[in-house]
Design a protein around this ligand. Structure first.
Ligand SMILES: [Zn+2]
Length: 366
């Protein structure tokens, strides 16, 4: 009996040791394995939690960036919430499921840019039109892209004296609801910045305006030990690199890379080519993750690149290459419908297919 117990004890010890060694190995090769997706609707919560527990967790995902925006029952600013938003209880359910499986959550509110979409002005500028960087441009006149106004999405004015009180209250409430020390501020594709007609921003250096806003949000989070994540496109020179106006900046914001605090986490998204700009961010001293979307073959090249960058970089740079964050840009409920539909996997270009390929890769690496 003693012998059997000893054997069982040895088996348990060796199993635990091999598990911990493989966990350490995956964390060493690829510390961040993330998904960025919209928060679900209230009705979508049960399926979303099933997805976390039965799909993301077994595939060793450890970061969930959740685009919440106005889909939360803000008590600090009830005027900004969508109809039927997520409640505190809903958010706690998601946060608890993630915590149980070692998945960190970074809730996201799109700040600075993305304050409108096509003809719809979103809550912040709808309720506080005085924060609008370009009040002379009317979303109801939107005719599609491109257009004479250069309207893609509206921005708020980063120099408006009232905007940060509102924005910081939202950040504080949302990070407290998720009980997390990560916050994603979006800040991608900011086309309207330093507008010539803005009485506060006109004539200012656009890189300084962008850096000022990143720094203000980062500094606010740092007061309570929290960390800022942003998309990286505004920090890349779109003209010199040839990456262009979307995945990089053609409006002179890119010099902000040398003006913002180094502890901002960069989500470096590239969907059509495996652009190796993660190296640029790491050389500047930033933690960076590469973010694919719906082309599985690109995502797998980006995964290989990330592993290679970590393996071949200097002792100083290697730790900055953090991993891969897959992005999903449809609504969460619609995405899960396609994720659980076998027909989806007949497609070559699909966010669900890309996610599955990454899941398989992480499981193999584990
Ligand atoms: Zn302004």
């Amino acid at each position: 009996m003693k012998h059997i117990l000893l054997s069982i004890a040895c088996f348990c010890l060796s199993t635990a040791a091999s598990f911990s060694q493989t966990a350490v190995k995956l964390d060493t090769v690829m510390p961040v394995r993330g998904l960025a997706i919209a928060a679900p609707s209230q009705q979508g919560i049960p399926l979303f939690i099933k997805f976390i527990e039965e799909e993301l967790a077994p595939a060793h995902f450890n970061l969930l960036i959740l685009r919440v925006d106005w889909n939360y029952d803000y008590k600090s600013h009830p005027e900004l919430k969508d109809p039927n938003p997520l409640t505190l209880d809903n958010v706690r359910q998601i946060a608890d499921a993630c915590r149980k499986h070692g998945i960190r959550v970074a809730p996201q509110i799109n700040l600075l840019g993305h304050q409108s979409w096509a003809k719809t002005t979103y809550a912040l500028l709808r309720e506080y039109p005085e924060f609008d960087e370009t009040p002379h441009v009317h979303t109801e006149d939107y005719t599609g892209w491109p257009n004479p106004d250069g309207l893609y999405c509206k921005s708020y004015c980063p120099l408006h004296p009232g905007v940060h009180k509102v924005v910081f209250e939202l950040i504080d409430e949302l990070t407290a609801a998720f009980d997390t020390d990560l916050f994603h501020a979006g800040m991608d594709e900011v086309f309207y910045i330093g507008d010539d007609k803005c009485p506060r921003c006109s004539g200012h250096d656009k890189a300084e305006l962008f850096a000022g806003e990143v720094s203000a949000i980062r500094n606010h989070l740092a007061l309570t030990g929290k960390k800022l994540m942003i998309w990286g496109d505004r920090l890349i020179d779109g003209k010199t690199t040839g990456i262009g106006a979307w995945e990089a900046s053609m409006n002179n914001t890119h010099r902000a890379i040398d003006l913002i605090p180094k502890d901002v986490f960069i989500c470096d998204w590239h969907y059509e080519r495996a652009d190796q700009t993660a190296v640029y961010f790491a050389m500047k001293g930033f933690d960076v993750a590469t973010c694919p979307w719906r082309k599985p073959e690109i995502a797998l090249v980006q995964l290989d690149d990330m592993i290679r960058f970590r393996a071949n970089a200097t002792r100083q740079m290697a730790p900055h290459f953090r991993g891969i964050i897959e992005t999903v840009w449809s609504g969460a409920d619609g995405f899960l419908k396609s994720y659980y539909n076998p027909e989806t996997y007949k497609q070559e270009v699909s966010d669900a297919v890309t996610l599955k390929k990454l899941m398989e890769a992480y499981k193999q690496m584990y």
